[in-house]
Design a protein around this ligand. Structure first.
Ligand code: PMV
Length: 335
């Protein structure tokens, strides 16, 4: 995004919150955790400002996330992913440099961005949330922007909505906000610690997804007759999930997370043409899980814009979950 193409609403926010354009660039590095939404964001009420129709809540994945280092480049900008130099026209590099430009504001400060992910590729987790959060944190330091974490979260929203929630560990909400300029739509951490809370990633297909979540949600919002019921239900689910997290009430939270994810996927199935991120194997896992629940297992699933399944359970169910799903990678977000 060249400076001239940045929407005026975003430029105004940059001017108000970041002060004058930077005059120098200092070396900086940052880490941000990946996160999994427990009550999901799906659909934008404002595409330019990337504002959601509903609030969402997630749990961060501890040491699984993105590392970003920023330094001065010699001549032109450079972007490296996992140590490999990318062509600036590659979509990933172009997105990173667009985001950099928001804060560089036309200044002649060539930049080198080095990003790597500690998320095992085989886990099938998207890295855009942690990637934009780590990039924002590193830019904040590199350009001396002195933004608070909520302000950084607000700006990361322009890279990826879910990045708003990747600035803190543990449970984090992304408030939909009510202001038209989006200045009240950013991440807010919850204080609740829940050491027994577990997530297991069950890989189904770890290749990059065929439709980005941005395209998927826009298509769903524009064409799915079921979408009309989503924002209200999703906001209710969000409130119930936050209350259940605060009470550490797994019997309420577990089923709610699975129902919320299935409702989100139902809106996509009803889109015209239908959009399916879940594959036959995803449904087999969901069926196996449902049968195990019939035998008393307290584990539930959540699914994002891809076929991979994330299981939610408490430590006491660990052995049963792992013997049922031996390919799963377990994460303890609070240990
Ligand atoms: O932040 P995005 O644009 O990658 O969209 C994320 C959408 C979901 O992962 C499906 C839900 C969520 O709240 O993270």
């Amino acid at each position: 995004m060249a400076e001239a193409q940045v929407p005026i609403e975003i430029l105004k926010l940059v001017e108000t919150l970041c002060g004058p354009a930077p005059e120098q660039l200092q070396e900086a590095q940052a880490f941000a955790p990946s996160n999994i939404a427990l009550a999901k964001y799906w659909g934008k009420r404002d595409e330019v400002l990337n504002l959601p129709h509903n609030s969402s809540v997630s749990v961060s994945l501890g040491s699984l996330g993105s590392y970003t280092k920023i330094s001065a480049a010699e001549g032109a900008d450079e972007v490296y992913l996992a140590g490999k130099a990318l062509d600036r026209s590659e979509p990933f590099a172009a997105k990173v440099l667009q985001f950099v430009e928001l804060f560089r504001r036309g200044q002649s400060l060539p930049i080198r961005v080095d990003t790597s992910n500690s998320i095992p590729t085989a886990a099938g987790l998207a890295s855009s949330a942690s990637g934009f959060a780590a990039l924002m944190k590193a830019l904040n330091e590199a350009f001396g922007l002195a933004l608070s974490l909520p302000q950084q979260s607000l700006f990361a929203r322009f890279g990826s909505g879910s990045a708003t929630r990747s600035f803190w560990d543990g449970f984090v909400t992304w408030e939909r906000g009510v202001r038209s300029d989006g200045s009240d739509s950013y991440g807010v951490p919850l204080e609740t610690e829940w050491p027994e809370f577990r997530i297991a990633l069950v890989p189904v297909n770890t290749a990059p997804k065929s439709h980005s979540s941005r395209d998927g949600m826009n298509h769903t919002t524009a064409t799915s007759p079921l979408y009309a019921s989503w924002p209200k239900q999703a906001e209710e689910d969000f409130c119930t999930a936050v209350a259940a997290i605060k009470d550490r009430d797994f019997p309420t939270l577990g089923p709610l997370c699975e129902a919320n994810a299935l409702a989100m996927h139902a809106t996509m199935s009803a889109a015209r043409p239908a959009l399916h991120y879940l594959s036959a194997q995803s449904w087999e896992i969901l069926e196996k899980l449902s049968q195990a629940r019939g035998d008393g297992l307290a584990a539930f699933a959540t699914m994002d814009a891809g076929p991979n399944i994330k299981l939610l359970y408490l430590d006491a169910a660990r052995d049963d979950v792992m013997s049922l799903f031996p390919t799963a990678t377990e994460i303890s977000p609070f240990n």
